[in-house]
Design a protein. Structure first.
Length: 156
């Protein structure tokens, strides 16, 4: 389901006007999405390597005209790669919210909320619990939470 969430949001960014992907997580790292992807990302995400990284997905959303809004915690160890992503893609903005512990992701067609950090361990190794919303009300609630944290954050 997690990979379908990302694929749906990449496709939404390509077709929907005023598209924004919201990410709120203490840690966001550029991890490799484990294969098999269950769906073909290669047709919709341009990548320079044989493996697909999560930053490839975020960059693709920005390249096709979508906005990516990320709010992370104040652990500066993980900030440099996010800063580079934002500098390369002006449609990606990253902010810092001290002591952030929330984990939520919201796009046009779905939203996730729970204990899942956007890291390799969070996605592939840890036992995580998250709830997936595909209804308008659930997506709107998670989007509002992400937007509020982002707006309260400081520029990276």
């Amino acid at each position: 389901m997690l990979f379908n969430f990302w694929l749906n949001e990449v496709l939404a960014a390509q077709t929907a006007e005023n598209y924004t992907l919201w990410i709120a997580a203490p840690w966001v790292t550029n991890f490799r999405l484990p294969a098999p992807y269950h769906v073909s990302f290669a047709e919709v995400v341009a990548s320079r390597s044989e493996t697909l990284q999560i930053f490839d997905v975020l960059a693709q959303i920005a390249v096709v005209g979508g906005e990516v809004r990320i709010v992370v915690g104040d652990d500066v160890e993980h900030h440099p790669p996010l800063r580079q992503l934002a500098e390369r893609h002006g449609r990606v903005q990253v902010r810092v919210f001290p002591r952030l512990h929330a984990k939520a992701y919201a796009g046009r067609y779905g939203a996730l909320i729970g204990s899942l950090n956007l890291t390799g361990s969070g996605v592939s190794r840890n036992a995580e619990i998250y709830d997936y919303h595909h209804d308008e009300q659930g997506i709107a609630q998670v989007t509002g939470l992400c937007r509020d944290l982002f707006e309260r954050g400081d520029a990276l």
